[in-house]
Design a protein around this ligand. Sequence first.
Ligand code: SF4
Length: 475
Amino acid sequence: MENKSKKLVIITGYFQDESYGLLGPQMAATIINDHSEYQARVVAITNEYDKNDLKKALNTFFGDSPVVVGFSTLGGRTDLFDFAKALKNDGVITFLAGPQAGVDFKGEVGCEKYGHRFKGLSDCFSFAIQGPGQQMLPLLKAGFHSDISRFDGVLVKNEKGHIIEKPSIAWDDEYLAKVDWQNIYRLQKNGFEPFNVDCAQVIAQIGCPHASKDREVIIEYPQILKPKEDLEQKKPSARIHQKGCSFCDVAADKGFKGAVSEDAIKQQLACLPEHPDGTKIAFELINESPLPKLAGIFKLADDISIQLSQVNLTMRADYFLKGLDKLEAALKIAQEKNVRILLASIGFESFEDTILHNLNKGVTRQMNLDTIRAIRDLKPKFPYHFGYLKEEGANHGFIHPTPWDSPKISQQINRTIAMYQLAMDILPNHSTPLIIHHASGLGDWIRQIEIKEDIVFERIGTTIAWWQTEDKTLV
Ligand code: SF4
C-alpha cells in the first residue's frame, strides 16, 4: 500500500488529547486502499493546528504526486472550510464527504432568494460526495478531469454555476465489513504521525429507527421573541414535518436504513485492534436500539474466537426502558466473560416536557427519570461490568441552553436536577448548547419564523444562531 504512486488524504475534525477511531473516514480509506490505485490516509486535525504545518505535511506526503484532499466529519469547523478553499484556489482537488456533505455543499434551502442564508461550500470544494464510501472507486478510476457529475452520490457545480446532483447508491454490507484502525495520523511539527486508537466503532445499524416516523410538530417561538410582560397570552408557534429529533443530523442525513448483516458485524469485530493481553479494544456499537441484539454480539465474538473488553452503547431513554430485561441478560453474559458494558450516552437532552416536545425527542421527563432510576438500580447488581458514570467514561446527552429557556422552564429543570441529584452521576460536566444545523428540522422552524416576523437570524458557518437576530431586513 505504501508504495502506490497515487495518493489521497482525508482530513477530519478531532478533539485534542483524545485517541478515538473515526469509522466513516477510516472505513472509506480502507475501501480506497483495498480497491483502487490510491493510497489513502486519514489525518485528524484538532482546533489547535498550525495551517503552515499542515500545508508542509501535505507537501511532504504527496511529494511529486497530484494532491487530492478529502474532508469529512468536520463538525462545522469554518477554519477547515477556509483551509479547503485555500487549497482549491491553489489548484488542489478538494472534496467534501461524510454526514451532511450534500446539503452543506449545496447550501441552505432558498439561499438564492434570501441573501442572508448559508450559501454552501461549493467555493471550498471541487465536489461533494454523499453516501457509501465505495462510490469513490469509479471516480478514482476515471480520474478527476473526467466528467465527475455522472458518478453516483456526487454533487458538482457546472459552468453555469448550477449544482448537479446524482443520487447516492444503497448501503452495501460487503463494504461495511472492514476497517483499518491503524490508518489514522495526527499533525505534528515534523509531519503526519500515526497513533493508536483506544476506542473504535462497530456499525450494526444504519441511521435511527426514531427517524423513520414522520410527525407534524408544533414548536413554540424562541424565548427572545416572546412578549415578556404577557405570560398568559397564547404563545406563537411554527409547524414542521419531522422524522426523528428536530436537531439531529443523523435523522436528516440517513433516516433509517435498517440493520447491518451479522457477517459484516463479525468481520468488523475481527478488525478491532487488540490490547497487549489479546482482548479487543473498547468499541462503540453504532445501533440506536442496541439492547434486543446485545447478547448476540457475544455470540458473534465467540464464533470467531475473540475476546471483547468493553462495549459502549448510545441510545434513547425509551429504548433503554423497553430493552431492560435484554440488557440484564447481556450483563450476565458480560460478567461471565469479564466484559464491560458502558452506557456511554443516553440521549436525555432535557428534563422538561416543553423542551423535549420541541426537540421532537419522543420521550417525556418521566421516561427520562424512570430510566435513571432503572440505571441506578442496575449498577449494584453488576458493579464492575456495568458502567454509566461520568468517571467511567459516560457522557449523557443534556442540551442546554435552548431557545425556549423561560425563567419558569429553567426553574423547573433546576428543581428536577436538585430533587433527583442528577449532577451527581448523570449530567455531563458541560451541557451542549442547542446547535441548529441549517438542514435540520429546527432549520425549517427558524426559517418560518424569519418569514412570518420579517427578521433574520445570524448564520455561523453551517449553523443558525437562534440566540441572535441581525439588524437586517429579510430579503
Ligand atoms: S438524536 Fe438520536 S434518537 Fe434522535 S433521531 Fe437522532 S439518532 Fe435518533
